[in-house]
Design a protein around this ligand. Sequence first.
Ligand code: BGP
Length: 476
Amino acid sequence: MGSLPKDFLWGGATAANQCEGGYLEGGKGLGTVDVIPWGEDRRAVMLGVRDYRTLPEDAYYPSHEAIDMYHHWKEDVALMAEMGFRCYRFSFAWSRIFPTGEEEEPNEEGMKFYEDMIDEMLAAGIQPVVTICHFDVPLHLEQKYGSWKNRKLIDAYLHYCEAIFRRFRDKVTYWMTFNEINMLMHLPFMGAGISIREGENELQVKYQAAHNELVASAMATKLAHEINPDFRIGCMLAAGQFYPYSCNPADVWDALSKDRNNYFFIDVQSRGAYPSYAKKFLERNGIVLEMEPEDERILRENTVDFVAFSYYASRLTSADPNAGVSTGGNVIKSLRNPHLQASEWGWQIDPLGLRITMNSLYDRYQKPLFIVENGLGAVDRVEEDGSIQDDYRIAYLEAHIKEMMKAVEEDGVELIGYTPWGWIDLVSASTGEMKKRYGFVYVDKDNAGNGTLERRRKKSFEWYKKVIATNGECLK
Ligand code: BGP
């Protein structure tokens, strides 16, 4: 094949709240993600319909220790280096740098933690790719302002951005303003710290919060380019093309409309304006956004440099509410596609869907893409000899990488890199489980928090190392 550029960014991805732990160490404040429990209350809290303050006292919060990367980062960077990573996509925990979100000066211990890790990575030839906000908001900002419902968050976010952009001016090139910005529509509290209170108009609340994030993202892009013109700023979408359930035009229309619901965010971030379909939607639903006069100009003048996305599965939809069966799996709803297999969590496996999604995004935006999440969450078994034979994971990734390479080689899509999700096992965002593993590296810890946290290389570790070493030419 040989289709990928020599400097293609092979690596892996994580997020602070799912791997760091040390939730109150080094001066860190609580984040919204730190009050999302494991277990039966999790979903209602993520949806923003259950107040986290009313949870039982013995609730277990997976983010508090996670896989304790806070204390294992040296060992973890060494593992990435051993696999030959060229980049590592991770997030800063906002409340590690600004514990309440309102301090004048950043928390030096928090900054130092990231700086030490980044220095270690750079020394090993691993380029940092930073998500500025991966589902977390300092809890204080949620309590005082209702998180992104309030425009005040824009100032707090920019203050945080300015601190990290200046500190890492010469050490980081690739930044993403918000992880899976569209998640706000599906799991508002998990995605953006948004609670839906009784009597509130849910759509109004969500779109206002989205507007505030979009303006914040554009202003951060502007600031970033002023601080270092070489910075590359990206938006980030939970992607996956919607397919029509049948060739009935009503189903085709339904799929197009559902795609637009997702594209809305990155349409604004990449093209610089509210698309006409979105304006009409807001109008039809009586949603009036609170905007400042300069918002439109800010959005227009500060579009992103690249489009990053996660891809786990395609989606299937029908205009007929009685058609098909729901997968019940992934966060963004989908019908079961009879042509596809699914993971143990019901996430459908569709490698060609990655190529389709890449082409749709590239056709639409004509900006370089970055696949910053992809992978298979599965139960792994440690054999008697201590090995983990995760051939199913290798098969999933191999099939997806093949389609990714076809999109580059045969379709001409510009692609910056590929960072499979959870290169090391970590806490699942949707379920809070440890059992749902994605890694090339196994971490000894279970759903209830028991385990030694020991790291262990899986079979896929050696496989991925070879993939990187051959720039994707050897996938066996
Ligand atoms: C994305 C998130 C990640 C991650 C991943 C896998 O939505 O950006 O944080 O967790 O999905 O999902 P899960 O952990 O639920 O299996």
